[in-house]
Ligand binder design. Sequence first.
Ligand code: ZN
Length: 167
Amino acid sequence: METKESDRYLCPLCGRKMLTVAETPYEIPKFGKILLINITCQHCRFHKSDVLALEYRGPTKCQFKVKSPKDLYAKVVRSSTGRIYIPEIGVEIFPGPAAQGFITNIEGVLARVKEIVEQLLRDSETEEERQAALKALDWLEKAMSGIIQFTLILEDPYGVSAIIPEE
Ligand SMILES: [Zn+2]
């Protein structure tokens, strides 16, 4: 797909006119047309990405059960308005102004969760927090190698987020 790059804009973080906006349209089978937007400052590395739908959809809730390693390759479209939840470990990725939109697969979602948990481990102040983070990392490694089954739930009030199984 073709990426369209804009002129440069003022960066909200460093104030320099070094901000580029790249728009990439995608057509996802059984889902529709979406636009991936990447805003990047070439000076300070300010970055924001999001996914927009190019057609109206109502609220959606997808629940996907990972039963075998190949299920880890199901495509995940997550807009900044989408909430991702893994009930087996109580992990949640919240929507919000700082939320990033992305197109990845389930393995990619777990890799993002792993980064967050590794940060929590570095920031842990008590032994209890440290143990909880280590336990979550152990679970994530098993989940990423496809040896345990789990559920991924993705809800989006604007219907831009979805889990699309590999054919
Ligand atoms: Zn900047």
